[in-house]
Design a protein around this ligand. Structure first.
Ligand code: SAM
Length: 238
């Protein structure tokens, strides 16, 4: 039997109107939908966005993985999840793995993609790009991300501000995702580098409880929600 195709589908950053026509079309066709139960937050939101577009009766399978940085445990979990997806594709039906924003930007889709490419290279994989959180964030605050000869970098704040310090001197703007956990260290670093007043924190962009904080000199006392990002613009040379 011919293997089914796996579609990595970006469902956009949160606003249900920001899913693409192509993503909606693919979701209507596939026989099964997979989503990573990475954080309750992003899993349920991706599902909420996808739900109105699914084929009637198509099962939704949640793929769990341990909340750990232990590489071995993660690899084992993703191998197991990859096998589940492969078993389904080997029955011949097509499947979608849904992800918030774009599937190629800090997405759990990456784990499945690598696992299947390595273990079952004959299984076809197609990627349906999605509007990223930071594109939606820049639109929400009405800021051009880059123009003329400028450049920007997308950085993870999951482990703190070190990566931000590495890149900030070589680019015009930094987009920092995953800021919620290490927000105090990140805030301190922005202040030390004189970047706080040029930074905007955007939380839960496109959702009813969206929050936008401009000029972060005062910082923020409570941890921002998981779905939060920083747009950092260098105003003066640092
Ligand atoms: C695992 S990454 C997923 C990124 C996603 N694939 C994308 O293309 O934007 C999760 C991080 O994306 C950012 N994010 C995703 N959706 C967001 C939203 N609606 N508002 C603000 N930040 C968001 C946050 O920084 C969050 O910690």
């Amino acid at each position: 039997m011919k293997n089914g195709t796996l579609y990595g589908v970006g469902v956009g950053p949160g606003d249900p109107d920001l899913i693409t026509l192509k993503a909606a079309k693919i979701l209507k066709q596939v026989d099964v939908i997979f989503a990573a139960a990475s954080t309750k937050n992003s899993y349920s939101l991706a599902m909420e966005i996808a739900s109105p577009h699914l084929k009637e009766g198509a099962p939704v399978v949640s793929l769990g993985f341990p909340m750990t940085r232990d590489k071995k445990k993660l690899a084992d979990a993703w191998e197991k999840n990859g096998r589940k997806v492969v078993e389904s594709l080997k029955k011949g039906g097509n499947a979608a793995f849904i992800t918030l924003g774009d599937p190629l930007i800090y997405s759990t889709f990456g784990y499945i993609f690598h696992t299947i490419k390595e273990t079952e290279p004959d299984i076809p994989i197609e990627i349906i790009p999605g509007i990223t959180s930071y594109q939606a964030g820049a639109a929400a605050v009405g800021q051009i991300l880059v123009e003329a000869e400028e450049s920007f970098a997308v950085v993870s704040g999951a482990l703190g501000a070190e990566r931000l310090k590495d890149v900030v001197h070589n680019t015009d703007r930094v987009i920092l995702l995953k800021v919620y956990h290490q927000y105090r260290e990140i805030m301190d670093t922005l202040n030390q580098l004189g970047l706080a007043s040029g930074s905007i924190l955007i939380s839960r962009c496109g959702l009813d409880d969206e929050v936008i904080l401009r000029d972060l000199k005062e910082g923020f006392d409570t941890p921002p929600p998981y779905l939060s990002l920083l747009l950092i613009k260098k105003i003066d040379p640092v």
